[in-house]
Design a protein around this ligand. Structure first.
Ligand SMILES: NC(=O)C1=CN([C@@H]2O[C@H](COP(=O)(O)OP(=O)(O)OC[C@H]3O[C@@H](n4cnc5c(N)ncnc54)[C@H](OP(=O)(O)O)[C@@H]3O)[C@@H](O)[C@H]2O)C=CC1
Ligand SMILES: CC(C)(CO)C(=O)C(=O)O
Length: 307
């Protein structure tokens, strides 16, 4: 299976690198600076699951992309989507499948509009990771999971082939019959996590220890849950209980990748992760004061960045 990974940042670098490690036919679509760094230093992964040093990983830049691939794993940030979709277009052939790993949901509509819904799978990943200043992919915790599936829940030979390709890689891959619900579950969790950790500029444990912290977390999570419910994707009790437990654990160092981006002064996926959820909730006439506040402060941050 010929695999193109769009972006070799934290997510693309980790999952693409793990597939490359097992001998899969992986190429990274990268821009110039990342291409140069990968050629010079290789793809470096530091992880509890085992470090990897992959010298001269196959890369291609957009102007040299002239062949199609069986699978495209999309791992750019949401604010880079328009350019990424344009750059990867030559790689999309008749049988190509696209597996997006972004947080949120809106990218599915954009992918459908550009390449046709039949080519676009559902997908998500659960992993805390970052690309450090030296270009090293740092896996910051123990979890490394990637779920994917047909959006109608069907089990098809084409997704079974992807499952086979991922079977030996050093991450937990899961072929899901409920990938859209899984994506909503993750979105609800992530929007609450990103919203509260960015609002408070602190990881979960510090927020829980502050007066009113736990109440604020649970209220925000409940607002996110109600948006999913209003959109026909209410997370089940077990998923909500898991989210509540993780988001209120005393001493937890958990924070969102969005907080890491914000603390580095980088752009954040405010519209994609928080704004879109808020819009879907307000379209259903929900009152979402905490989610709105989370969105407002991210937009204020973006405004300051722009100045
Ligand atoms: N990091 C995390 O812990 C998690 C992140 N996610 C989600 O995964 C997605 C990716 O995040 P993450 O990996 O952290 O982000 P990173 O910024 O680390 O990586 C994104 C990469 O995409 C590259 N890119 C952007 N546009 C293009 C393009 N046109 N062609 C080629 N490469 C391109 C960037 O390259 P360049 O260097 O050239 O800018 C960058 O290296 C986000 O939606 C995020 O929310 C999900 C789970 C966990
Ligand atoms: C919460 C987490 C780490 C789970 O993958 C995530 O998606 C993020 O921080 O963006």
């Amino acid at each position: 299976m010929k695999i193109l990974v769009v972006g070799a940042g934290a997510i693309g670098g980790y999952f693409g690198g793990r597939l490359l490690e097992t001998g899969q036919d992986v190429t990274f679509l990268v821009r110039k600076a990342r291409a140069q760094a990968l050629a010079q230093h290789g793809l470096q992964i530091r992880s509890q699951a085992g470090d990897a040093s992959l010298m001269a990983p196959p890369t291609v830049q957009a102007d040299a992309l002239h062949e199609t691939f069986d699978l495209i794993m999309l791992s750019c940030k949401a604010y880079h989507l328009p350019q990424a979709l344009q750059d990867m277009a030559p790689a999309v052939g008749e049988q190509t499948l696209i597996l997006p790993l972004l947080n949120g949901m809106q990218h599915l509509d954009r992918l459908d509009a550009r390449f046709g819904a039949g080519r676009v799978l559902g997908g998500l990943c659960v992993i805390p990771a970052t690309l450090d200043a030296e270009g090293v992919v740092r896996h910051l915790g123990a979890s490394a999971g990637l779920s994917f599936g047909e959006r109608d829940g069907g089990r098809s030979p084409r997704v079974e082939r992807i499952a086979q390709a991922m079977a030996n890689a050093r991450f937990d891959s899961r072929l899901s019959n409920t990938i859209l619900q899984d994506m909503w579950n993750k979105w609800v969790f992530l929007a609450a996590l990103a919203g509260i950790t960015c609002l408070m500029r602190a990881p979960i444990g510090d927020i829980v220890a502050a007066p009113g912290g736990e109440r604020a977390i649970l209220d925000l999570l409940e607002e996110c849950r109600r948006v999913a419910e209003a959109n026909g994707y209410a997370p089940g009790d077990a998923a909500m209980q898991r989210s509540r437990t993780m988001l209120t654990e005393a001493g937890s160092t958990l924070s969102a990748s969005m907080l890491r981006d914000l603390e580095q002064g980088s752009p954040v996926e405010a519209d994609h992760v928080i704004g879109d959820l808020l819009a879907r909730g307000e379209a259903a006439a929900l009152e979402l004061p905490k989610l709105r506040l989370a969105y407002t402060q991210l937009m204020a941050y973006e405004a300051r960045r722009g100045q």
